[in-house]
Design a protein around this ligand. Structure first.
Ligand code: SF4
Ligand code: FES
Length: 233
């Protein structure tokens, strides 16, 4: 089938502002948007810049605006995207070139929530840290995050206030706050209770719609907010 792919291009070395370019391509309905980007890159214009790695919805590196919505280019089929497809860089982060954004601000927020297990105690039997299925279920949803930044860069609060920690960092704080094996949940709740923490959320739900893993991001934010309120005085 004939497909028109419109790409918002920007090369800071020669362009003052971004501009759209159109590419005429042949595709199968079962091809992904990433396949079209490869066609352009490999056969039409090698200067096209975008990020991708796994090509199977696992690494989170090819999140971009596809037809106006944050999605993974490797997960969107042409049969669903249509024959006139637009792609542009995610909003809210500086564009380095074409579809590639500078994610440093995003990773800074992620690092701030201590996204790792904190526990220096050796289990009594010296073996594994055990957890019941119910304890595991408390953070099952948020443990599936692939750090694609789709949620944070779809959030209008983040666009206007980049100091806001953002949905993805809250999701990853949640993953450890509700892990029964972790000992730093009080510290993480303190970070979340900051003026630029969870209170900035305006429950717009863009994050839920954007998440390619189907994580209920808003519910995670609400659970963290509740945990802050339930902290011992
Ligand atoms: S919560 Fe979903 S949208 Fe946000 S970074 Fe994780 S996988 Fe991506
Ligand atoms: S390239 Fe890894 S998620 Fe799309």
């Amino acid at each position: 089938m004939d497909v028109e792919l419109r790409i918002r291009r920007f090369n800071p070395e020669v362009d003052a502002t971004p501009h759209w370019e159109s590419y005429a391509l042949q595709a199968e309905p079962s091809d992904r948007v990433l396949d079209l980007l490869h066609q352009v890159k490999w056969f039409q214009d090698g200067t096209l810049t975008f990020r991708r790695s796994c090509a199977h919805g696992v690494c989170g590196s090819d999140a971009m605006l596809i037809n106006g919505r944050n999605q993974l280019a490797c997960a969107v089929l042409i049969r669903d995207a249509g024959t006139h497809i637009s792609v542009e860089a995610m909003r809210g982060l500086p564009v380095v070139k074409d579809l590639l954004v500078d994610q440093e601000g995003f990773w800074e927020k992620y690092r701030a929530v201590m996204p790792y297990l904190v526990n220096d105690e050796v289990p009594e039997d010296g073996g594994e840290r055990r957890q019941s299925p119910a304890e595991r279920a408390a953070f099952e949803d948020t443990s599936r995050c692939i750090l694609c930044a789709a949620c944070t860069t779809a959030c209008p609060v983040y666009w206007t206030n980049p100091a806001y920690v953002g949905p993805a960092a809250i999701v990853n704080a949640h993953r450890f706050i509700f892990d029964s094996r972790d000992n730093a949940h009080a510290e993480r709740l303190e970070i979340m209770a900051d003026a630029d923490g969870v209170w900035r959320c305006r429950t717009v739900f863009n994050c839920v719609e954007a998440c390619p893993r189907g994580i209920n991001v808003t519910r995670a934010i609400m659970e963290v907010t509740r945990a802050i309120g339930e902290r011992p005085a």
